[in-house]
Ligand binder design. Structure first.
Ligand code: ATP
Length: 252
């Protein structure tokens, strides 16, 4: 039994079957990549894990509890955090303030900007935020305003905000999209280091195969809304079904 268990999930947008009977089991402590061509349903599936979309049918269980019907912040409080393709950060605030708000949300359940004055005087929150900024390598930039950061640093900041909520499951939606090769490699190292130190289970959606094969210990390949192969990374590349999916052929 995995920490995340998805059974028979279907999601239709009008005439389009975006998810077609999806089953997925994510083992605790693993890095599970979900790959597949554009439009395969990867983001739709992730959205069903975090309360942004409700599947038409099926179940999504995390740690033995159903996530369906819960609000995004309630799912967050269950220990599921998501890093988005476009970082969701407070651009007018300092890095320090951003992470303090996330640390506070861990206790309070929601991001509250109006609590910032009180939060900033809370020693435990300050220490917690400092620790998480340190972990992603942004401690020296903590007083900078978030909007002035490079794209790579913005994503690191968002990661620090996710970590501040102490997730058990971290969902990463193209964590290196738009990054230079150097930044991509730094992010891979960072995610590996954090995974080992904190034992967080990760689900990664990614198009960059260098990232996928550097991080994942299990890969699910989706095509046309359905998982067509699940296997260890070393068995994925040579799989004819995977090659067919990427060449644009309809799967059997
Ligand atoms: N809110 C929506 N309304 C209508 N159609 C949608 C919606 N969201 C996604 N789709 C469609 O559902 C299908 C699956 O989209 P999804 O974004 O999940 O694919 P993906 O595998 O994440 O693709 P990509 O790798 O390009 O991000 C696509 O055909 C997409 O156009």
């Amino acid at each position: 039994m995995g920490i995340l268990e998805v059974q028979n999930v279907n999601k239709r947008f009008g005439g389009l079957q975006a998810l077609n009977n999806v089953n997925l089991s994510v083992r605790e402590g693993s890095v599970h990549a979900i790959i597949g061509p554009n439009g395969a349903g990867k983001s739709t599936l992730l959205n069903c894990f975090v309360g942004r979309l409700m599947p038409d049918t099926g179940s999504v269980m995390f740690n033995g509890q159903s996530l369906l019907g819960l609000k995004p912040h309630e799912i967050n409080q269950h220990g599921v955090s998501r890093v988005f393709q476009t970082p969701e950060i407070f651009t007018d605030l300092s890095l320090w303030e951003n992470v303090m708000i996330a640390s506070f949300a861990r206790r309070d359940g929601a991001f509250r900007l109006n609590a910032l004055g009180r939060v900033a005087r809370d020693g435990e929150i300050r220490d917690h935020a400092a620790h998480n900024l340190e972990d992603v390598g942004l401690a020296s930039k903590r007083n900078m305003i978030a909007s002035t950061l490079s794209r790579g640093d913005k994503r690191r900041l968002e990661l620090a905000m996710c970590l501040a909520q102490e997730p058990k499951l971290l969902l990463l939606d193209e964590p290196t999209a738009g990054m230079s090769r150097a930044d991509t490699n730094n992010t891979i190292d960072l995610l590996k280091r954090i995974g080992e130190a904190r034992g967080i289970t990760k689900v990664v959606i990614e198009h960059d195969m260098h990232v996928v094969f550097s991080l994942a210990d299990r890969i699910t390949v989706m095509a046309q809304g359905t998982p067509i192969v699940e296997d260890a990374p070393e068995n994925i590349k040579g799989n004819p079904k995977v090659q067919e999916a990427y060449l644009g052929g309809a799967h059997a």
